[in-house]
Design a protein around this ligand. Structure first.
Ligand code: ATP
Ligand code: MG
Length: 275
């Protein structure tokens, strides 16, 4: 039993948008230590449900699930993957991190490296950053001319449609933190020796582009938040709430599928196992 149930619809495009969602929201949980404890217990319950459903999802083998994570620096992508998916069978999960493209990747269309990483049927793929960088950082840093990145919204929608038609279901997550929370987290990377390795001076430059990123994200949500692959704008200032929202979304996506156990190809019951 869950302590509370998160209403995902309020966070989904086209209803949701960046201005309407408070990064510090805690939904049905009180914003205090009781709420935190309840949400953490609920993540445990959801993760067990996820793992249970994953068995049949794998056996059924007709669908793939793609959990795609986007966020500003220190938005919490790594922590979300670590905590909200912690009970899954690792054999059925693949995490792909998209960094600066290599020379080989840049010599292809922008979806080439992404298409190779999409999960096969029966598997759960997690994208830590994604093809959306090609209309985010690429736009903000002016890495290609505007007409090139502008054409990509349509390419992305068509690409996701192709994957959907082939059985892929999407959970596209934006981890929504505010400027103060980002400042706190970046400062912690400077102050805490066990987090120094995460510090990247470039993150401070990118922080200066806050408004440009916000505008770029708003356009991403407006143009690519389709019926089949909507965006989920997750309040992420409080990690415990972020985790319970993402875990709920993954469970929801798995439980929405009309899964069945495959019919055995032989009459299984006609066999006996000898001593
Ligand atoms: P962390 O939060 O731990 O720092 P990260 O996802 O930021 O993880 P990094 O190696 O620091 O990982 O950064 C990856 C970098 O690659 C980001 O700055 C991102 O903007 C950049 N990147 C990803 N995809 C593209 C792309 N298609 N074109 C240009 N840059 C990209
Ligand atoms: Mg980084």
């Amino acid at each position: 039993m869950l302590h509370a149930t998160v209403d995902l619809d309020q966070y989904r495009t086209p209803v949701a948008n960046l201005d309407a969602i408070d990064p510090a929201d805690t939904g049905p949980y009180p914003p205090d230590s009781d709420g935190k404890r309840a949400a953490q217990e609920d993540v445990g319950v959801l993760v067990r449900r996820m793992a249970e459903r994953q068995r049949q999802f794998y056996a059924d083998g007709r669908f793939a699930l793609l959990l795609l994570l986007q966020a500003l620096d220190a938005g919490g992508k790594d922590g979300t993957i670590r905590r909200a998916l912690s009970g899954l069978n690792p054999q059925g999960v693949r995490v792909s991190s998209f960094k600066h493209p290599t020379e080989l990747e840049l010599a292809h269309d922008f979806l080439w490296r992404v298409h190779r990483a999409v999960p096969r049927a029966g598997k759960i793929g997690v994208f830590n950053r994604s093809h959306y960088e090609d209309v985010l950082v690429v736009r903000v840093d002016e890495l290609v001319p505007e007409e090139v990145w502008r054409a990509r919204y349509a390419h992305i929608v068509a690409f996701e449609r192709l994957l959907f038609d082939a059985g892929t279901r999407f959970v596209k997550v934006y981890l929504h933190i505010d400027r103060d929370e980002q400042a706190k987290r970046l400062q912690r990377r400077i102050d805490d020796p066990t987090r120094n390795w995460k510090f990247d001076a470039d993150d401070l430059r990118v922080r200066g582009q806050w408004d440009a990123y916000r505008e770029a994200y708003a356009e991403v949500f407006a143009r690519t938040g389709t019926n089949d692959a909507p965006w989920l704008i997750v309040p992420a200032n409080r990690k415990w709430y972020r985790d319970v929202v993402v875990a709920t979304a993954v469970v929801d996506a798995l439980e929405a599928l009309p899964l069945r156990w495959p019919e055995p190809e032989v009459d299984v019951r006609s066999f006996t196992v000898e001593d």
